[in-house]
Design a protein around this ligand. Structure first.
Ligand code: NAD
Ligand code: MG
Length: 387
């Protein structure tokens, strides 16, 4: 047992990743401690979590919702902070060892940036941050000595398998994809899918935005870009393979043809725990494979016509520059419009492609420029929305 607990700021604690992270922390036998919790909505859940975990800071990112909320149930020992600036200040606090970045979308960028600027470790679930600004974040990490540990299951798998060889010995990264709920639908059936059908993922239970991304396969596009920046492997050497059981979480092929995989049941608590306990491994709460039962592992190449998002991900991973930020913002806006019933499922990817091709590409943008383009791309998507 270490002398003192590793102090974790759990941002997005009321979400799917945040709740799983708190389960991991609760089961860590005191090795991990939640020192900060944050949420945007569902503030009653946030209070409930604060009563259980007694963090130093409780952050309500939406100041307006926070002002309207009755905080009388919050323990007196917790300091309540309101608004997005509080995420930035707590991320850099000396009493935080690791930021668990579980906020969804570009709203997670600033706090991750602040943590890395303060040389902290970020356990990164929020892939959108790397998709938007992976090049600049890489420079920041090199400058400050901060560290990113992947939480996304595919990238956690790659991170673990990459330990088997040197960077110069890696031939290819292979990301697995379940294929989502619509893997076998005809183009005509795809035209008719509803929000409820798109929200029903066959193997993972996740927040609404990433669940829709999984149905369009935009999630895999974002993960190609995420892998490109995390591991410094060019887009040309990152492949996608369909694997409907979601047991092999990704694979690394080395120059001699040897392929290493990481396997476990689909349970995000394992990659979260791996990142929070790193560099140690510890017994935990995640489900285990049952080797006493027969099991099948299927792999097949994705149908690239059915899932045109993959090509967009490859394009942005190759191009870098401003393209990731534009794709990410267009997709966030398009998914929000779909969830609101204002955009057809089959229009999400074409809308993103059209915004991407309309933007003026720049190879070396500043963070400010990326944030401007993020706003621009969201406005462009509004032209696609049926009112
Ligand atoms: P979720 O919707 O369940 O939770 C999102 C959390 O972020 C909530 O706590 C919410 O209150 C907070 N939030 C939302 N908008 C915010 C804003 N504007 N400012 C501050 N906080 C805000 O999402 P999730 O499924 O937990 O996903 C979180 C991130 O992790 C995403 O980037 C997703 O791509 C990534 N991820 C999730 C999974 C998964 O299994 N859920 C797997 C891999 C990666
Ligand atoms: Mg993933």
């Amino acid at each position: 047992m270490p002398e003192r607990a590793k102090r974790i700021a759990v941002f997005g604690s009321t979400g799917s990743i945040g709740r799983s992270a708190l389960e991991v922390i609760a089961a860590s036998g005191g090795r991990l401690k939640a020192v900060a919790l944050s949420a945007h909505s569902r503030l009653e859940d946030l209070v409930e979590q604060a009563r259980r975990f007694r963090p130093k800071w409780v952050i309500a990112a939406n100041a307006k919702a926070a002002d309207a909320f009755d905080w009388k149930g919050l323990p007196k020992s917790c300091e309540l902070l309101k608004g997005p600036a509080a995420l930035v200040s707590v991320a850099g606090e000396k009493d935080v060892d690791v930021l668990l970045a579980g906020i969804v979308g570009s709203a997670g960028l600033e706090s991750t940036w602040a943590a890395l600027e303060s040389k902290k470790t970020v356990a990164l679930a929020n892939k959108e941050t790397l998709v938007m600004a992976g090049g600049l974040i890489g420079e920041l990490v090199r400058r400050t000595g901060g560290q990113i540990l992947p939480v996304d299951s595919e990238h956690s798998a790659l991170f673990q398998a990459l330990k088997a060889g040197r960077a110069s010995e890696v031939a290819r990264l292979i990301l697995t994809a379940s294929g989502g709920p619509f893997k076998d639908l005809s183009p005509a059936d795809l035209q008719r899918v509803t929000v409820a059908e798109a929200l029903a993922h066959p193997t993972w239970t996740m927040g609404p935005k990433i669940t829709i991304d999984s149905a369009t396969m935009m999630n895999k596009a974002l993960e190609i870009i995420e892998a490109r920046w995390l591991f410094g492997v060019e887009g040309e050497r990152i492949s996608v393979v369909l694997h409907p059981q979601s047991i092999v979480h990704s694979l690394v092929e080395f120059v001699d043809g040897s392929v290493l995989a990481q396997m476990s049941p689909p349970d995000m608590r394992l990659p979260i725990q791996y990142a929070l306990e790193y560099p140690d491994r510890a017994p935990g709460v995640a489900e285990r494979l049952d080797w006493s039962r027969a099991m099948r592992l299927d792999f097949e190449p994705p149908d690239r016509d059915r899932f045109p998002a993959i090509a967009l991900g490859e394009q942005c991973a190759r191009a870098g520059g401003t393209s990731g930020a534009v794709l990410n913002a267009a997709n966030e806006a398009a998914v929000a419009a779909f969830l609101d019933g204002d955009l057809h499922f089959t229009e999400i990817v074409p809308a993103c492609r059209s915004v991407l091709s309309a933007h003026n590409f720049e190879p070396n943008p500043s963070l400010e420029r990326l944030l401007q383009l993020d706003r621009w791309a969201r406005q462009e998507i509004s032209r696609w929305v049926c009112v």
